[in-house]
Ligand binder design. Structure first.
Ligand SMILES: [Zn+2]
Length: 376
């Protein structure tokens, strides 16, 4: 049997072939890892960029079936904010502005594509939300506010489900890429570099970046699942949802709808919010779990809810720190001073880090903006 002698700092060591092979591969393991990691870094960027493009599509991929219990029909794209009654009210030639998620700019979006989500089939969408899309005579009664709550909740549930599917998809793509890179590199290495009779198969990727990435993505998936459970428990399957609605006789140049979180002293409270300009009136609705009622009332008590200007401060605070599902009238946005625009966009980008429990310290809205325009 062949004998090998290894010289190192401790002197010399005799080895048989198997020991030598093991020593050799453990010595080059670090280099192999580095090479694979380097190749993966480029691929990771490519895959992630492609993925971001896919998840920020205005037409999110459809879910398999309607969100309504036991309905298996394919969903249509529903508007989470009424296209005709609300978005049409602030649109210019059919377009509105929405803040871009990753850049400090506004992007143009046609109202046919604004705020849409694949939630319900055509029939259930019509049945569930008929009050919200009535252009002529809207009756702001209890049913109207309940329909608002259900639609916002459905939008959020559909959005979280989509997030989970997208993250699982990203995880699968990245893992597969790492596996492919590793096996093709090892095959090449074994073919060309080392002796034919011994092949290197013991590559461990426990210290590789893919493991950290896996952990991060799995954490995000768990968080999303937790949010889904929360919405199911506290809103969908609960009889203890409380609502507060305001109908204000003036209108604003924005519309928004979604779930926002208020960081309170000891916990986070979640509110489903809607702020919608209907014809000549603005609807503000807040829905929250009974558990949070006390804290939310105390937050609301920092505003004078009988005063329109104080209500406008509340709307501004919810708009900046509330939801990503928000749309502006184009001319109104362009008429704002640059530093106000920048403050809004900066706050919007940091929406996850901000806390809503106090009013913002600048103002970007005025009542009846369109009357003002026509008289000047
Ligand atoms: Zn259905």
């Amino acid at each position: 049997m062949k004998k090998y002698t290894l010289f190192n700092n401790d002197g010399q060591k005799e080895m048989d072939e198997e020991e030598y092979t093991q020593w050799f591969f453990s010595a080059i393991h670090g280099h192999i890892l580095k090479k694979i990691e380097n190749d993966f870094k480029h691929k990771q960027k490519e895959i992630t960029n492609e993925w971001i493009g896919e998840v920020s599509r205005k037409h999110p991929k459809k879910q398999r079936s309607c969100l309504y219990n036991d309905c298996n029909i394919e969903p249509i794209y529903s508007h989470s904010i009424s296209k005709k009654s609300v978005l049409g009210n602030i649109a210019k030639n059919g377009y509105v502005y929405m803040p871009s998620i990753d850049k400090d700019i506004m992007t143009l979006v046609h109202i046919s594509n604004a705020s849409i989500f694949p939630g319900f089939c055509c029939q259930h969408d019509n049945d569930l939300f008929q009050k919200l899309d009535n252009v002529k005579n809207v009756d702001f009664d209890n049913d109207f506010f309940t329909q608002l709550e259900i639609r916002t909740l459905s939008y959020e549930i559909s959005d979280i489900k989509r997030t989970i599917i997208n993250l699982e998809d990203l995880l699968e793509k990245l893992s597969l890429e790492y596996e492919t890179l590793t096996s093709s590199f090892l095959q090449k290495f074994n073919n060309e570099f080392y002796r034919k009779e011994v092949s290197y198969t013991g590559f461990r990727c426990s210290e590789s970046s893919i493991n950290k990435i896996k952990t991060t993505i799995l954490e995000r998936i768990e968080n999303a699942k937790g949010n889904l459970r929360f919405l199911n428990q506290e809103f969908l399957c609960s009889d203890n949802v409380m609502g507060q609605g305001f109908v204000i006789g003036e209108i604003i140049p924005i519309a928004f709808s979604g779930l926002c979180s208020i960081q309170l002293e000891d916990h986070v409270a979640d509110i489903l919010i809607n702020c919608l300009p209907y014809k000549t009136q603005t609807i503000v609705s807040l829905h929250f779990s009974e558990r949070d009622a006390h804290s939310i009332q105390s937050f609301l008590s920092t505003f004078n809810l009988t005063d329109d200007n104080s209500l406008l401060r509340l709307i501004e605070t919810l708009a900046v720190r509330g939801t990503r599902n928000i749309f502006f009238n184009i001319d109104y946005w362009n008429s704002l001073e640059k530093h106000i625009q920048n403050m809004f966009l900066c706050d919007f980008k940091n929406i996850e880090k901000s806390s809503i429990n106090e009013a913002i310290d600048y103002s970007f809205l005025t009542w009846n903006w369109n009357n003002k325009e026509s008289t000047t």
